[in-house]
Design a protein around this ligand. Structure first.
Ligand code: SAH
Ligand code: SF4
Ligand code: F3S
Length: 464
C-alpha cells in the first residue's frame, strides 16, 4: 500500500485479450453460487465471474446448499462490509462440514494485505483467492487449488492491466453496465479504492463504443458507463478525448438511455455539462459526491475542491441541464470533524437540497492516511450527527419525489416490483424508482407513467 501511492501514473496501458483456460473436469456441469458485495463496479465484476464459470460449463444456483463452487466477491469500503463477509464465511464453514464446497474469495478485500494474512492464518477452509486485477486468471487459480488440495492465493496489482473480452453473464437483458475506466488515482485520504482497484486506466473509446453498439443490437435499452471517477476518463490515454467526447459518441449509437457513475466534482468540465444537456439519450441524473461541506475537512480528505467550487458547479448543472436530479455521498465524523465543520455540511445540504444522498460514518481503513489521524469524537456523537443529517437529507429527497406527483414520467421498466408483485418497477429518466400498475406486460419497455403517490425512496404510478 505504501508503494501504491508512489506508483507511476503514466504507466503504459497493456490491453490483452481474455485467454480461455479449461476448468478441471471434476467441476464441469456442477453448480456455482456467487455472492457480490459493494458498488456497481463489483456487481459488474460479478457478471464476469459468472460468465467465465458458465463458459466452462458450470451452472448458477441461488441456493448455496446446492453449490460445488462458492465465490464471495467482496467489498472493503467500510468496516461493516468486511464484517458482512467474515460473518458469511462462518456460515459457509458450517456448510463445508456436510457439503463438498470449493470456497473462493475475490474482490476488493482480496487486494488488502491484512485480509490475505488473516485468510492464511485464520481461514484455512478458504480454498482459493484471486484479486480485482486477475479475474481472468480465476480458472487457473481454481484448478490449482483442486489439483494441490491446498489454499491457493494469487493476487497482484498490475499497473496498466486491462483485459478485454472476458465472457459475461449479465444480470439484466434490459440495462447493462459498461466499464469505461478501471482503478482510481485520486487517493482521497479515507478511501481504500485506489489500493484495491489500482491505478486509473481508461478503456479505449473504440472498445467502449463497440460494446455499446453490440448491446444495442442485442436489445438493451440502457447502458451505465462505469468508473470510480468517470470525469477523469481518457486523461491517462488521450490528449484531447474526454468524457464529453465519449458521451457524445456513445449518444450517436442511438441506444435509448445512457447513464454514468460516479462523478468527481474536480474533473467535471463545462464541456461535459453541455454534452449531458445536449444529448437527448444521456439521462439527466448526476451522482456528485460532496463528502463534506467544510473546506478544512475537504482539504484533509484530499478532495481537491472547496465548498464554494462545489456549489458553483452544482448550480451550473441545475441551470444548464433541464430537470436534472443530483444525488450525493456524505461522510460524517471524519477525524477531527468539529460540530462547526458538521454544521457547514448541513448548510451545504440545505443550500443544494439534494434529490437523494448516501450518508456514512467515517470508517478507518488500514493503510489509508486518514486512519492514522487523531480521532477523538466518540462514536455516539458521530451517530447523532448521522441521524441529524439523515433527517434533513430525507426531507429533501421526499420533497423531490413529491414534486413529481401528478406529472407524467417516461419510465424504463426493468421487471416486477420487489415490494408488490402485482406491479412492475422501472426508473424515470432522473433515476427515480417507480412501482407501476399496468394491465399489459411492459417489461423492457419505456412507457409513460402518471405518478400518483410519492414515498421517501420510491414513487407509485399508473401506465397511461
Ligand atoms: N468513486 C466514488 C466513490 C466510491 S466509494 C467517488 O469518489 O465519489 C462510495 C462512497 O463511500 C464515497 O463517496 C464515500 O462517501 C464513502 N466512503 C469511502 N470510503 C469511506 C470510509 N473510509 N468511511 C466512510 N465512508 C467511505
Ligand atoms: Fe475513493 Fe476518492 Fe477514488 Fe472515489 S475518487 S474511489 S472516494 S479515492
Ligand atoms: Fe467496495 Fe471495491 Fe466498490 S471497496 S465500493 S467493491 S471498488
Amino acid at each position: 500500500m505504501i508503494d501504491a501511492k508512489k506508483r507511476d501514473k503514466n504507466a503504459v496501458i497493456d490491453t490483452h485479450k481474455y485467454n480461455k483456460v479449461k476448468i478441471d473436469k471434476s467441476l464441469r456441469g456442477r453448480k456455482y453460487f456467487v455472492r457480490t458485495y459493494g458498488c456497481q463496479m463489483n456487481e459488474h465484476d460479478g457478471e464476469k465471474i459468472k460468465g467465465i464459470l458458465e463458459s466452462e460449463g458450470l451452472i448458477e444456483t441461488e441456493n448455496i446448499e446446492e453449490a460445488r463452487v462458492v465465490i464471495l466477491n467482496t467489498c472493503a469500503i467500510r468496516e461493516n462490509a468486511h464484517d458482512k463477509v467474515f460473518g458469511y464465511l462462518g456460515l459457509v464453514k458450517k456448510l463445508k462440514e456436510t457439503n463438498n464446497i470449493l470456497l473462493g474469495i475475490c474482490g476488493c478485500m482480496a487486494q488488502e494485505e491484512s485480509v490475505i494474512d488473516l485468510i492464511r492464518d485464520k481461514y484455512p477452509y478458504v480454498d482459493f483467492v484471486f484479486g480485482t486485477h486477475n479475474i481472468d486468471d480465476m480458472i487457473k487459480v481454481i484448478n490449482e487449488s483442486v489439483k494441490t488440495n491446498k489454499q491457493t492465493i494469487e493476487v497482484y496489482s498490475i499497473l496498466g492491466n486491462i483485459c478485454e473480452g472476458i465472457p459475461e453473464k449479465k444480470d439484466s437483458n434490459i440495462s447493462a453496465w459498461v466499464d469505461i475506466m478501471l482503478g482510481c488515482d485520486k487517493f482521497c485520504t479515507y478511501c481504500i479504492v485506489p489500493y484495491t482497484r489500482g491505478t486509473q486506466r481508461s478503456r479505449k473509446y473504440e472498445d467502449v463504443i463497440e460494446e455499446v453498439i453490440s448491446l444495442k443490437e442485442k436489445g438493451y435499452k440502457e447502458v451505465t458507463l462505469l468508473g470510480q471517477n468517470v470525469n477523469a476518463y481518457g486523461k491517462d490515454l488521450y490528449k484531447d478525448y474526454n468524457l464529453a467526447n465519449l458521451l457524445r459518441d456513445v449518444s450517436k449509437t442511438g441506444i435509448e438511455r445512457i447513464r454514468f457513475v460516479t462523478s468527481h466534482p474536480w474533473d467535471f468540465t463545462d464541456e461535459m455539462i453541455d454534452a449531458i444537456a445536449q444529448c437527448p439519450n444521456v439521462m439527466p441524473y448526476i451522482h456528485l459526491p460532496l463528502q463534506s461541506g467544510s473546506n478544512r475537512i475537504l482539504k484533509l480528505m484530499n478532495r481537491s475542491y472547496t465548498k464554494e467550487e462545489y456549489l458553483t458547479l452544482y448550480k451550473k448543472m441545475r441551470d444548464k441541464i433541464k430537470n436534472v436530479t443530483i444525488t450525493t455521498d456524505i461522510i460524517v465524523g471524519f477525524p477531527g470533524e468539529t460540530e462547526e465543520d458538521f454544521n457547514e455540511t448541513l448548510n451545504v445540504v440545505n443550500e443544494c437540497k439534494f434529490d437523494g444522498a448516501y450518508t456514512f460514518i467515517f470508517s478507518p481503513r488500514v493503510g489509508t492516511p486518514a486512519a492514522k489521524l487523531k480521532d477523538e469524537t466518540p462514536l455516539r456523537e458521530k451517530e447523532e450527527r448521522l441521524y441529524k443529517l439523515n433527517e434533513i437529507v430525507n426531507k429533501y429527497s421526499n420533497e423531490s419525489n413529491q414534486r413529481l406527483v401528478g406529472t407524467v414520467q417516461k419510465c424504463l421498466v426493468t421487471g416486477i416490483s420487489e415490494k408488490d408483485s402485482s406491479k412492475y418497477c422501472g426508473y424515470t429518466e432522473t433515476m427515480k424508482l417507480v412501482n407501476i400498475l399496468s394491465d399489459e406486460d411492459i417489461t423492457g419497455k419505456i412507457v409513460d407513467v402518471k405518478i400518483d403517490e410519492a414515498k421517501s425512496f420510491s414513487l407509485n404510478g399508473i401506465k397511461i
